[in-house]
Design a protein around this ligand. Structure first.
Ligand code: ADP
Length: 598
């Protein structure tokens, strides 16, 4: 019953509702005792032949009044207790959501999204059920059960009570056991169901790949297998479910058998009236629910406790990146200084960055190039303080990024990540994500800048086109450009483009870069790119290799260097010449290239 103590804070918070709710439950339990007593009076009256209409009217009206009172009170306590529990669910969900938003990427790297969602749904649900049904079954099993047993023992016969109650503990035990079995099997059935769901979703999204590789039959077979699993697991649930009814009937039947067999003896022996025996059997019927409730209670309490413990332990994880004491709230502006001796991701063996020194003056542009995995994104992450540089520092305007509050730091940075993400909302809402009250003119200005305005107008609903699940209606290049527009709309002091134009064709890229240069004049821009044309105009370009700076300089200096950058530049120029179709074949392209570059 520790869970009720653990949820003490909530019961205190909702004190008046719980006190009133439980008080009403007790009143209803007391009222419940009354009707069987009336039945006894009437039966005994009939047997003794002294029932008058006035007698009947009086007692039956009282019984009716009790029935109406119970009807109303039951309605009120349900609203009080269950309503309070819904508030608990809302509060826990809100706490978890807020907690998730405060967590750094590291937290999400080590936890599966499905698990985090499960905490926010299943676990919250289990705790909510404990705060509602748990309290109800606790009060009902103890108070109603206790009152009925006391009434049987005091008003009728303690001997018969003891005899008739013998089978009842078995029922509580059986219900508790079945409940646990049912829960375990139900979880397995649910897991099987979510597996088949994932499979169906994956196959539908990946249908082109499945067809292209001719894997329809194999996929169908594996789907059938999963489907069979779902059937078997659900039958297993049904098997336990089917045990409840017969078990309850059997045990209650035995109890009634004992009550009537021994009770009849007592009536014949004159120890008890027929009315009392009738009253007794009605009470026995009333005991079924409290006994069941007691069985359920153990399950509800166990599950609620396990879920509450999981939620608490999750809420107790401290965000590893939080505002430091004395962090400044004023906006992060000024030159950016990277001074990193070494940075290794938590849990990684090899450093992702080593010996990186670079300065980007306010309004300057830094270009980052290098193979995939060379550390470009990592450098941005340190600037955004998604991770913290342990050996070294990253500062803006002379203040280390840790010296700013997270909101002050991130408010001034517009970040277009490599794995851009669009919400399932309209294009307009996606662009205006950081500035929900942006006007259409403001939105169009940035979409024209990134050359996506015309594309958007070509959709039937224009800016109101809803981006499908995972943005399927848009091409990769369109998604990238919309993501850049989203960042540009905020006119950030510092703009980070992490390979944000990789899916855009060379000609459009050129137009966007030109527009960006004008737009970003006087503002700091950091660009990582695969295509070197993306960084050509940067004040300084760092060529990263395995987390270290292999070359650095301006475009011209790097060309003169005749190292990796110069080689890549030649290769990419060649490729773009061929793509533009201006040349018939590679040989001609090489000839043209050597004539232009010499
Ligand atoms: P780039 O942006 O140049 O493609 P990244 O900065 O993403 O490169 O990666 C640099 C290195 O850090 C890679 O070796 C990559 O595997 C590693 N890395 C990236 N993210 C993590 C992470 N969360 N945990 C551990 N290692 C990581």
């Amino acid at each position: 019953m520790r869970i009720f103590r653990d949820l003490g804070w909530f019961f205190k918070q909702e004190k008046s509702r719980y006190i009133l709710g439980v008080a009403l439950l007790i009143v209803v339990a007391l009222l419940d005792i009354f009707p069987p007593y009336v039945v006894r009076l009437v039966v005994d009256g009939i047997e003794q032949g002294n029932v008058t209409p006035a007698f009947l009217l009086q007692w039956l009206s009282l019984m009716g009044a009790a029935g109406i009172a119970m009807y109303i009170l039951r309605y009120i306590w349900r609203i009080l207790l269950f309503g309070a529990a819904f508030r608990l669910g809302k509060q826990l969900r809100g706490d978890l959501y807020m907690h998730y938003t405060r967590m750094s990427p590291r937290f999400f790297n080590v936890r599966r999204t499905g698990d985090l969602m499960a905490h926010a749904t299943n676990d919250v649900q289990a705790v909510r059920v404990t705060a509602a049904e748990g309290v109800l079954t606790l009060v009902d099993s103890l108070v109603l059960g206790g009152l009925v047993i006391l009434s049987m023992a005091i008003f009728i016969s303690w001997k018969l009570t003891l005899i008739a109650l013998i089978p009842m503990p078995f029922m509580a035990y059986a219900i508790s056991r079945y409940g646990n079995m049912m829960h375990e099997r139900f979880l397995k059935a649910q897991a099987a169901f979510s597996k088949i769901n994932d499979k169906a979703q994956e196959n539908i999204s990946g249908i082109r790949v499945v067809k292209a590789f001719g894997q329809e039959e194999a996929e169908k077979q594996s789907f059938d297998q999963l489907s069979q699993g779902v059937v078997e697991k659900n039958i297993a649930v049904a098997r336990v479910d089917a045990l409840f009814g017969p078990t309850i009937s059997l045990i209650v039947g035995v109890s009634f058998f004992l009550a009537v067999a021994f009770g009849a003896g007592y009536v014949i022996g004159g120890e008890m009236t027929i009315g009392q025996l009738t009253q007794f059997t009605i009470y026995l019927g009333q005991l079924i629910w409290p006994m069941l409730a007691f069985g359920f209670l153990t399950n509800v309490v166990q599950r609620g406790r396990a879920s509450n413990d999981r939620i608490r332990s999750l809420l107790n994880v401290k965000p590893d990146i939080a505002d430091r004491k004395g962090a400044v709230q004023h906006p992060a502006t000024g030159a950016i200084q990277f001074d990193i001796d070494q940075f290794t991701y938590p849990g990684a063996v090899r450093p992702a960055l080593e010996a990186i020194q670079a300065t980007v003056s306010q309004g300057g542009t830094l270009g980052l190039v290098g193979k995939t995995g060379s550390g470009k994104t990592t450098l941005f992450r340190l600037l955004l303080r998604e991770y913290e540089a342990t050996n070294g520092s990253v500062s803006i305007g002379g203040i280390p990024v840790e010296g700013y509050t997270l909101s002050a730091l991130r408010a001034k940075i517009g970040y277009v990540p490599q794995d851009h993400f669009l919400f399932s909302a309209t294009i307009r809402e996606n662009i205006a994500f950081g500035k929900p009250n942006a006007t259409q003119e403001e939105i169009e200005r940035v979409t024209r800048l990134v050359q996506v305005h015309e594309d958007i107008l070509r959709f039937k609903d224009g800016y109101d086109t809803v981006v499908g699940e995972k943005g399927v209606t848009l091409s990769g290049g369109q998604k990238q450009r919309i993501s850049i527009a989203r960042a540009l709309l905020l006119d950030p002091e510092i703009l980070i483009l992490d390979d944000s134009l990789s899916a855009v064709d060379a000609k459009t890229e050129e137009l966007i870069l030109k527009a960006l240069r004008e737009e970003r004049a006087g503002k700091t821009t950091l660009i990582a790119a695969h295509r070197l044309s993306g960084v050509e105009h940067a004040d300084e370009i760092l060529v990263l290799k395995d987390g270290t700076v292999r070359e650095r300089g301006t475009h011209q200096q790097l060309l003169n260097n005749e190292d990796w950058y110069a080689r890549m530049h030649h290769q990419q120029q060649l490729k773009s010449l061929i793509e533009k179709g201006g040349v018939a074949d590679g040989n001609e392209a090489v000839a043209r290239l050597s004539s232009t570059s010499s």
